[in-house]
Design a protein around this ligand. Structure first.
Ligand SMILES: Cc1cc2nc3c(=O)[nH]c(=O)nc-3n(C[C@H](O)[C@H](O)[C@H](O)COP(=O)(O)OP(=O)(O)OC[C@H]3O[C@@H](n4cnc5c(N)ncnc54)[C@H](O)[C@@H]3O)c2cc1C
Length: 193
């Protein structure tokens, strides 16, 4: 549906034996290494959603509503548009700060041994929960501000929607799974089955 510059598929591996000297890290810790990798990837995709997607698109939307006139005045003069812009701006700032916090905590963990895995999991899942939906909603608003032109492929906004949707659906973990992680870390493992 989107992100057409990369291919996505499935690999099946059956009856394959790998010589022991290819072992990475400790035996039976692979799942945990993979999960740590996911925390890093989730922070990066959340950053891509707010930067490459939402911020650039909102900037272009602001330029457009200042220029485009309807009923004798720029779209930016209508309160209905201003309210959407105010929401979008605030949500973008909130998502950005969540992503910065997750990235900073990650750095602190590796450089100074600060923060537990549980704290990092919660911060990263919060950033990954908020950033893709924020980007999707901002792109949708800007696409609407562009009117019929926004609906064309030439405007490029539909490509942004298709791209960030992948992070809502599942790439680097589905949104409900981010909610599962956050609830588990807030409530404690013993409270969550
Ligand atoms: C563009 C793209 C690229 C991807 N790239 C990779 C990749 O490089 N490597 C890789 O390994 N995978 C990749 N994935 C797969 C991705 O990790 C999965 O799509 C994702 O984990 C969801 O799994 P699923 O598709 O099997 O859906 P399902 O697990 O069947 O989930 C379907 C729906 O049910 C919900 N759901 C599932 N379990 C629960 C629960 N316990 N509680 C509440 N709701 C739940 C989900 O939120 C989702 O909405 C990619 C996916 C996409 C879309």
């Amino acid at each position: 549906m989107g992100r057409e510059g990369i291919s996505t598929g499935t690999i099946n591996i059956k009856n394959v034996e790998i010589p022991g000297h290819y072992l990475i890290g400790e035996w039976n810790r692979g799942f945990y290494y993979a999960m740590e990798g996911f925390n890093c990837a989730r922070t990066l995709v959340a950053a891509a959603c707010i930067g490459a997607a939402a911020e650039k698109v909102l900037e272009s939307g602001i330029e457009h509503i200042k220029k485009r006139k309807a009923f004798g005045m720029p779209l930016a003069g209508f309160e209905g548009i201003q309210f959407q812009l105010a929401e979008d701006h605030t949500r973008l700032e909130s998502a950005r700060l969540l992503v910065y916090k997750a990235a900073w905590m990650f750095d602190e963990m590796y450089k100074k041994g600060r923060f537990s895995h549980a704290e990092i999991n919660k911060a990263v899942a919060s950033a990954k929960l908020v950033a893709p939906t924020t980007a999707f909603d901002i792109i949708k608003d800007v696409l609407t501000w562009y009117g019929a032109y926004g609906y064309t492929k030439e405007a490029g906004l539909e490509r942004g929607l298709r791209g960030v949707a992948s992070y809502i659906i599942g790439a680097e973990g589905a949104q409900n799974i981010m909610r599962v992680i956050i609830a588990r870390e807030v409530l404690g493992k013993e409270e969550v089955s």
